[in-house]
Ligand binder design. Structure first.
Ligand SMILES: Cc1ncc(COP(=O)(O)O)c(C=O)c1O
Length: 376
């Protein structure tokens, strides 16, 4: 889709193509973060670009732990944090550390498509569990899927591609189910919470704290979206201090960070984060875009669940097979992604991390194509 978009922009002109295909943040990083980067480069610290401990700089890990302590109330220390190459790097490190061949990882559909490859990378076996029609958790289906082979469940809230944020009550019950299943099967089942959109929460809501729902929780986080630095590849893993042997888990992760070839997370962004932990982009900028898009698509007749966070909308296609519909949107200059790749047919994903004027200009095309399908 991305390459189609680039070609179409060349052929038709930038202003005739509306590219909602990629989750690439459109906001600038916060001024304080950029200033911290400049200061870091100005100060002539020796060995700035040298190798470092595989877990990251101790001061950066301490700053991340302190921000997490403040937000979640869980007693994290630097030793519970491993700095990673984004959430993608973090997820691979966690899965490599946890999985034995054939172990199952529950993945909730719709899902970030890379999950399937990440689990496969480390000999695991993905087991897809559908969420409800409104994308909330189906605790009954999760309970049914848990078995002696389950090693972990991957939870992503706020969610890509739906924007859904799971509520505290369901997450607490999920924690109970995992605990009960672990006892029944004599295993440790891990909850991996992939939260790159954790700072992008709308309507003044608060992200439920998974650490208080279940102790064998591992947080994988990233600054890609929360600071708009996706290209700089910085993220981290945080292990619950009260989980099963957190020291052994962190040792394993540090080893895997090295042996998977990441070695360590990038040096300069880590130094900037040390100075600015707790500063993020304004979620309200994406909330405004959500409102604009939801109003326009709602008026045009589209059906969707209103996103509570992240920067994705996952509407229903007007026909059960969304592929020809997405193709027709493409011909009208609008690039979106079919839902099939995210594990839910009959839907499509709109990444609204674009300039507001792109949304405004695209709405007539969204409406035109929808009307054509409705009258056909
Ligand atoms: C749900 C989810 N997890 C992980 C990632 C990877 O993020 P990062 O850029 O931090 O590696 C993304 C990126 O879009 C994502 O949407």
């Amino acid at each position: 889709m991305f390459e189609d978009g680039a070609r179409m922009k060349q052929e038709l002109g930038e202003d005739k193509v509306f590219d909602f295909s990629l989750g690439n943040p459109c906001l600038d990083p916060p001024a304080a973060y950029l200033e911290a980067l400049r200061n870091e480069l100005r100060e002539g610290r020796p060995h700035r670009y040298a190798y470092m401990p595989n877990a990251g700089y101790p001061e950066t890990r301490a700053a991340v732990a302190s921000d997490l302590r403040r937000k979640r109330g869980t007693p994290f220390e630097a030793r519970h944090i491993v700095m990673t190459c984004g959430a993608a790097g973090g997820l691979n490190v966690v899965l490599k550390t946890l999985l034995n061949p054939g172990d199952e990882v529950l993945i909730l559909a719709p899902f970030f498509p890379e999950y399937l490859f990440y689990v496969d990378n480390h000999g695991g076996s993905p087991r897809i569990v559908e969420t409800e029609k409104d994308f909330s958790l189906s605790l009954a289906r999760i309970e049914e899927a848990l078995s002696a082979r389950t090693r972990a469940i991957l939870v992503n809230s706020p969610n890509n591609p739906t924007g859904r944020m799971y509520d505290e009550q369901s997450l607490t019950r999920l924690g109970e189910l995992l605990g009960e299943a672990g006892k029944r099967f004599g295993t440790d089942i891990y909850l991996i919470s992939d939260e790159p959109y954790g700072e992008l929460v709308f309507d003044g809501a608060e992200l439920p704290n998974l650490f208080s729902c279940y102790t064998n929780t591992i947080l994988v986080n990233s600054f890609s979206k929360s600071l708009s630095i996706a290209g700089d590849r910085l993220g981290y893993i945080a292990v619950h201090p009260a989980g099963e042997d957190p020291e052994a888990l962190v040792d394993g992760m540090v080893f895997c960070n090295r042996t998977l070839g990441f070695v360590n997370a990038p040096a300069t962004p880590q130094q900037a984060i040390r100075r600015t932990a707790g500063i993020y982009v304004e979620a309200t900028a994406y909330e405004k875009r959500r409102d604009l898009l939801c109003r326009g698509l709602g008026d045009a007749g589209y059906r969707f669940t209103r996103p509570e966070g992240a920067f994705y909308l996952f509407p229903e296609s007007p026909v059960p097979d969304e592929i020809p519909f997405v193709q027709e949107l493409l011909e009208a200059g609008v690039l979106v992604v079919p839902g099939t790749g995210f594990g839910r047919k009959g839907h499509f994903r709109i990444a609204f991390c674009v300039e507001e004027k792109v949304i405004e200009r695209a709405l007539p095309a969204f409406e035109r194509v929808f009307r054509r399908y409705r009258s056909a």
